[in-house]
Design a protein around this ligand. Structure first.
Ligand SMILES: C[C@@H](C(=O)O)C(=O)SCCNC(=O)CCNC(=O)[C@H](O)C(C)(C)COP(=O)(O)OP(=O)(O)OC[C@H]1O[C@@H](n2cnc3c(N)ncnc32)[C@H](O)[C@@H]1OP(=O)(O)O
Length: 175
């Protein structure tokens, strides 16, 4: 009797955990759902930017503007994120040059380990960040703040732990 009940429970759980196939637009994910009640549904969108942490923001900006001929933004301080940012326009995406701001900057440790600078994170747009967060948490992917924060483009963002994303710090941004 007990073993029959266990088999039924395991079979139900595996049905709940079934993944959907990828769609044409990108990764299509749904959280576990049971009894015909759909879980949160969200879609991964375009690459918004690749962020590079730099030890010398003036020098890095000059490289992209004067040597490589790119259009670059002004320097924008974002004290709530502990960084200065400069965006480099690339047409199909952007680079975000990052430099520490303040004593508790989250990129200070990274620059200590990577003295010449280096690729810090990638930012991918999602169509429903709240559903994405619920779904990813259910898949044991660690989010790096309790709630989405407002990012460099004035939209909600959430960072995912690099150890849960193949060694890459991933930022999701509401499209
Ligand atoms: C404005 C906004 C926007 O674009 O909208 C931004 O850009 S804000 C940009 C700045 N904000 C953020 O980065 C917020 C999210 N970041 C964080 O919460 C943190 O920086 C963590 C990613 C959790 C790292 O924390 P912390 O530096 O204290 O830890 P840690 O140095 O001990 O690192 C723990 C492990 O993660 C690795 N690790 C650290 N930073 C990494 C990175 N950027 N990419 C890949 N791996 C990384 C370390 O090598 C280490 O691995 P080993 O143990 O193997 O050595």
């Amino acid at each position: 009797m007990a073993s029959t009940l266990l088999k039924v429970a395991v079979s139900g759980l595996s049905k709940c955990m079934r993944h959907r196939a990828p769609s044409a637009r990108g990764l299509w994910l749904s959280a576990p759902h049971c009894h015909g009640v759909p879980g949160p549904v969200w879609t991964l969108g375009r690459l918004n930017h690749v962020a590079i942490a730099v030890p010398d923001l003036e020098k890095a900006t000059a490289l992209y503007r004067d040597v490589l001929g790119a259009q670059v933004s002004d320097t924008v301080p974002l004290p709530e994120h502990g960084v200065y940012t400069v965006f480099v326009e690339l047409g199909n995406t952007k680079l975000e040059l990052l430099h520490p701001l303040g004593e508790k900057s989250p990129i200070a440790g990274f620059l200590q380990k990577n003295k010449s600078g280096g690729m810090h994170h990638i930012c991918i747009e999602v169509d429903d960040i709240n559903s994405a967060i619920v779904d990813l948490k259910a898949r044991n992917i660690r989010t790096l703040s309790a709630e989405p924060r407002i990012g460099a483009h004035g939209k909600p963002v959430m960072f995912l732990h690099p150890k849960d994303c193949d060694g890459v710090l991933v930022e999701l941004e509401q499209a």
